[in-house]
Write a protein that binds this ligand. Structure first.
Ligand code: ATP
Ligand code: MG
Length: 438
């Protein structure tokens, strides 16, 4: 079906200048030249696209001949990145032969290949070019398979995407079972789009999620990490989490967390996690930065806390117990979602500082305030207090403590009730004679 310019809302003023440049240049070189995927979907809905993807019938080498600023990427399926300063326009050749798809057809998109984590060797037929229609059929959902043609400004629809877009429906192209088996990440994508767009998942597309969720265990952890960031840093984390739970997919992302949710009796984590996700969404809505370490610290806190409790119950010191618990939980989690060091390190700091917040005597409180992870750890404490898992008085104290001028801080510390059972070290050291047994 072809929707002429008058029948759809996509205007060139909504398309980035660089994307337009690429589209015109390909067209003028005699090639097919279209926008496709998320950007067309978002433009049709009146949303601002995140980025612009271009498709053409030009082969990668021909694309490179047209653009001096193009770099070919991807081993399995080569495509071109056209660089304009910080903006990159992705240009791909129409892909065909959906039946010969590898399990991980879009690994090139998300860095999995670049990070060397894709397990299977490149197949000889990896670069299978096709017609535009074949290209449409190998995409995931109908609403993601619309094309905007720069030659006549029409939208081209091979799979009923425009109708589904109007109806607010997510529908898999082809047989959903088969398509999820081809690439299990599509199970996460359908949930992500449902949350982001507020769309319904059509019944046959939703049905296999419950029974095929386990296939996510086969996805390389590096690719899972990328997908999880997209799931929870897209501005709809709270809704996404609810959908993942209701389709029984969450347990394949964070198994230990899922178990801790089932086993806990007091309900804290059930509240803490949604609260953490709501605050992530709120920050993104205000244009504030979000930190993946905070997100992962929130996801894994409950299993870490439960394991720590077991270890202290066996007589281990609190700090050692936390370190052991963190090691264990992170180790198990890595089998599902790789957590890079640049995250696991600050995560541990956020957790360790939860213990340090309760020790406010002497110089420790002002020192903690200077810690570079103070802000994230304090936000985490507030979340714990709000969900009933930490003393609200403690969180309030730290809130006030940050606000008093530096020379007033020690007064706040001195005003605290002395910690029971701990001798004042300084004095007893100065008066050795007083230590004689009485
Ligand atoms: P976003 O707004 O999150 O970027 P998007 O739809 O653009 O959403 P991308 O991951 O950027 O998603 O992919 C671009 C397009 O590539 C999709 O719209 C879809 O047509 C196709 N695609 C991406 N991943 C897959 C997949 N796993 N299986 C089939 N098609 C896919
Ligand atoms: Mg995109």
């Amino acid at each position: 079906m072809i929707i002429p310019r008058a029948g759809h809302p996509i205007s060139r003023t909504l398309i980035s200048d660089n994307a337009l440049k690429v589209l015109y240049r390909l067209r003028d070189a005699g090639f097919a030249s279209l926008l496709v995927g998320g950007c067309v979907r978002d433009l049709m809905l009146g949303h601002e696209p995140k980025d612009f993807d271009v498709v053409t019938d030009a082969k990668p080498e021909q694309i490179q001949e047209v653009f001096r600023n193009a770099r070919l990427i991807g081993r399995r399926f080569r495509l071109a990145h056209v660089h304009f300063g910080r903006e990159i326009i992705e240009v791909a050749t129409f892909r065909g032969n959906p039946s010969a798809q590898p399990v991980n057809p879009d690994a090139e998109h998300d860095g999995a290949i670049q990070e060397g984590k894709v397990r299977r060797a490149p197949a000889a037929d990896a670069n299978v070019f096709g017609t535009q229609e074949e290209d449409a059929l190998r995409r995931d959902f109908t609403i993601n398979a619309l094309y905007y043609n720069i030659c006549d400004f029409a939208v081209m629809d091979y799979v009923g995407g425009a109708q589904d877009l109007n109806a607010g429906v997510l529908r898999m192209i082809g047989d959903p079972q088969l398509r999820y088996r081809e690439d299990p990440v599509r199970m996460l994508r359908v949930v992500r789009f449902a949350a982001k767009l507020g769309f319904m998942i059509e019944a046959a597309t939703a049905a296999p999620l419950r029974s095929l969720g386990y296939l996510l265990l086969e996805v390389p952890p590096a690719r899972m990490f990328e997908e999880v960031l997209k799931l929870f840093h897209g501005g709809y984390a709270a809704e996404t989490y609810e959908l993942l739970r209701s389709h029984d997919l969450f347990r394949y992302l964070f198994p230990a967390t899922d178990q801790s949710l089932a086993s806990e009796s007091d309900g804290f984590p059930r509240v803490l996690l949604p609260k953490a996700l709501e605050s992530t969404d709120a920050r993104l809505a205000e244009g504030k930065p979000v930190n993946p370490a905070f997100l992962f610290a929130a996801f894994l806190w409950e299993p870490v806390r439960q394991q720590m409790e077991r270890l202290t119950g066996e007589g281990m010191k609190e700090q050692d117990a936390l370190r052991h618990a963190a090691d264990e939980v992170l180790h198990d989690q890595q089998r599902h979602i790789s957590v890079p060091k640049r995250l696991s390190f600050p995560m541990r700091e956020i957790w360790e500082m939860q213990l340090r917040f309760t020790r406010r005597q002497g110089r420790s409180a002002p020192r903690l305030l200077e810690h570079k992870r103070f802000r994230a750890a304090y936000d985490f404490l507030v979340l714990r207090a709000q969900s009933g898992a930490a003393d609200p008085e403690l969180a309030e104290w730290w809130t006030r403590f940050q606000e008093v001028p530096p020379d007033g801080r020690m007064d706040m510390v001195r005003a605290l009730a002395p910690v029971a059972g701990r001798p004042k070290r300084r004095r007893s050291r100065r008066r050795p004679a007083a230590r004689a047994p009485d």
